[in-house]
Ligand binder design. Structure first.
Ligand SMILES: [Zn+2]
Length: 196
């Protein structure tokens, strides 16, 4: 086992109680992967700010069919910057999860770093702590899972955590689908390592 870094104990996390423990998951960054990223802004109000990326529903279909659990892994420094409270952020996430479920996409949970960059926490990507938090909370094996992000910080966090990472580009739909297909091939394949 790799050593997990010390984490601030106030990571925002939620686990769907209807989903049992699972060994592998599709880890998803939120802004730029699930919903359209707002330049120099944050999703502070669901109705005003959250717009699903057009391709997301179709890209997720194979994971839904194969019942591969999806977990959201997201930096939301808007909490630490004082732009939104923790409970309001939880309410935004509840709306996000309900909106996805209405399209047949079930999210098994989320882990969110609420800290501002100057807090120097161990969870804000590119640090790997948020991925380790997902590993701990869900019991997943990061090396058998896949992470889809949209930035160099996601790639670095995935590399440091030992989780295969694929990047999407909002302006390139072919690359968007390719990242999901690569992640699917990995997570739908037989486990590469035997049971411990
Ligand atoms: Zn953090």
């Amino acid at each position: 086992m790799h050593p997990s870094p010390e984490l601030a104990n106030d990571v925002l996390a939620w686990v769907d109680p209807g989903v049992g423990r699972f060994e592998r998951a599709l880890l998803l960054d939120r802004d730029g992967v699930i919903n359209v990223k707002i330049d120099d802004g944050y999703v502070l109000d669901f109705d005003r700010d959250f717009r699903l990326i057009d391709a997301f529903e179709r890209a997720m279909a194979p994971f839904c069919d194969a019942r591969i659990p999806a977990v959201i892994v997201s930096n939301q420094s808007c909490v630490g910057r004082g732009l939104i409270g923790r409970e309001a952020m939880r309410e935004v996430m509840t709306r996000v999860i309900a909106a996805l479920r209405s399209r047949g996409i079930r999210i098994a949970g989320y882990v969110i770093c609420p800290h501002a960059p100057d807090a120097r926490c161990a969870c804000r990507k590119p640090e790997p702590g948020l991925l380790f938090e997902a590993e701990r909370r869900f019991g997943i094996r990061l090396g058998e899972s896949a992470f889809i992000g949209d930035s160099a910080t996601d790639a670095t966090a995935g590399e440091r955590a030992g989780c295969p990472t694929f990047l999407v580009d909002a302006a390139d739909e072919a690359r968007y689908f390719l990242a999901f297909e690569q992640a699917y091939r990995l997570t739908a394949a037989p486990l590469r390592v035997g049971n411990e």
